[in-house]
Design a protein around this ligand. Structure first.
Ligand code: PAF
Length: 285
C-alpha cells in the first residue's frame, strides 16, 4: 500500500527511528486503534503542540475485545487514518504493527492487579478488557518510551487504569487525559458512531442530554434518586437500552451511595442502540 507518510510496522525499525531523534525527553505518544476521528485528531494536535516529536500508534488490539464480533466489525481505515495524521503534521511517526509483531507467541493478555479499578462498569461487563488494554499500553510505552502519552476522557475508566498501570509498573511517563470531543448534537465522538443510522445518530443526543440533566439533579438530589431517574428515562425509550449508569468516586471508581463534599464524583453510562455499544461520562462536581 502507498501512504502519504512513512508507516513503521516493526518494533525494531521503530526503535531505530526513535534512536535517530536523540534523547531529549520530548516525545509524545498517542495510542489508537485507528478509525480515527476528530476526537483522535484533538489528541494528536495536543501531542504535536506539547512535544518535539510524536508517535501515533494504530493497532486494533485483539486481547481487549471480549466479543469476537465486535473485533471483526472494528473498522479498519488505515489510508484515511494516515491522511488525517499527515494533515496535522508531516513529522509524526506512525507505528502500525500487525498482531504477530505484538503477540509473537500467544494472543493473550497479561493479568494485572489494578486495585479494583477494573472491577466495575466496563470491567464488569467486558471480561479481561482492561488486562488487554494494560498489555498493549505497557508494550507501547516500553517500546516508544515517550515523555508524555495522551488518552481521551471518553474512556475515563481506561485513563484511570493506565495511570495505575504506570504507577504499578513504574513506567516513567506523564499520562495526559484530554477532554471528550463531541459531535454537534453532543454525542461523544467514537468510531462506533459510524455504525449508527443517521436518524439514531441524531437521536443519540439523548445520551449526553441525560448525563447533563443527571449532573444538574446530582446537585440537589440523592445518588439513588439520580440513578432511578436515569433508569426511568431509558425505560421510556424503545431504541436506547441502558447497560449501566453509575456514579463513582473519580479516584477509586468506587460506586457512590452517599455524597461526600470532599470527594469528586463522575457519572458513567453505557448504552446499546442498533446493536452498537456507546459509552460516555460527565464530571458531576
Ligand atoms: O482507547 C483506545 O483506543 C485503546 O483502548 C488503546 C488505548 C489504543 C489501547 O488499545
Amino acid at each position: 500500500m502507498n501512504f502519504s507518510m512513512p508507516v513503521i510496522q516493526t518494533k525494531t525499525k521503530l526503535t531505530e527511528e526513535l534512536n535517530k531523534l536523540g534523547n531529549d525527553n520530548d516525545l509524545g505518544l498517542v495510542p489508537t486503534m485507528g478509525a480515527l476521528h476528530k476526537g483522535h485528531a484533538s489528541l494528536i494536535q495536543r501531542a504535536v503542540e506539547e512535544n518535539k516529536n510524536v508517535v501515533v500508534s494504530i493497532f486494533v488490539n485483539p486481547t481487549q475485545f471480549n466479543n469476537k464480533e465486535d473485533l471483526d466489525k472494528y473498522p479498519k481505515t488505515l489510508v484515511a487514518d494516515i491522511e488525517l495524521i499527515s494533515a496535522i503534521s508531516a513529522n509524526i511517526i506512525v507505528f502500525a504493527p500487525d498482531v504477530a509483531e505484538i503477540y509473537p507467541d500467544t494472543v493473550i493478555p497479561k493479568i494485572y492487579d489494578f486495585e479494583g479499578l477494573d472491577k466495575v462498569m466496563e470491567g464488569e461487563f467486558r471480561d479481561d478488557h482492561f488486562n488487554g488494554v494494560g498489555t498493549i499500553v505497557e508494550e507501547l510505552l516500553k517500546t516508544v518510551k515517550p515523555t508524555r502519552a495522551y488518552f481521551g476522557e471518553k474512556d475515563f475508566q481506561q485513563l484511570r487504569i493506565i495511570q495505575k498501570l504506570v504507577e504499578i509498573q513504574k513506567i516513567p511517563v506523564e499520562i495526559i487525559g484530554c477532554e471528550i470531543v463531541r459531535e454537534n448534537n453532543g454525542l461523544a465522538m467514537s468510531s462506533r458512531n459510524e455504525r449508527l443510522s443517521s436518524t439514531i445518530r441524531q437521536n443519540a443526543a439523548f445520551i449526553y442530554e441525560t448525563l447533563k440533566t443527571a449532573k444538574h439533579k446530582f446537585g440537589m438530589e440523592s445518588v439513588l434518586n439520580v440513578k432511578d431517574w436515569v433508569a426511568k428515562q431509558f425505560k421510556n425509550s424503545s431504541d436506547f437500552k441502558l447497560e449501566y449508569f453509575e456514579i463513582t468516586d473519580v479516584e477509586t471508581l468506587t460506586p457512590a451511595t452517599n455524597k461526600n463534599i470532599n470527594i469528586k464524583y463522575r457519572a458513567f453510562i453505557a448504552v446499546y442502540v442498533e446493536g452498537v455499544r456507546l459509552i460516555d461520562n460527565i464530571a458531576l462536581n
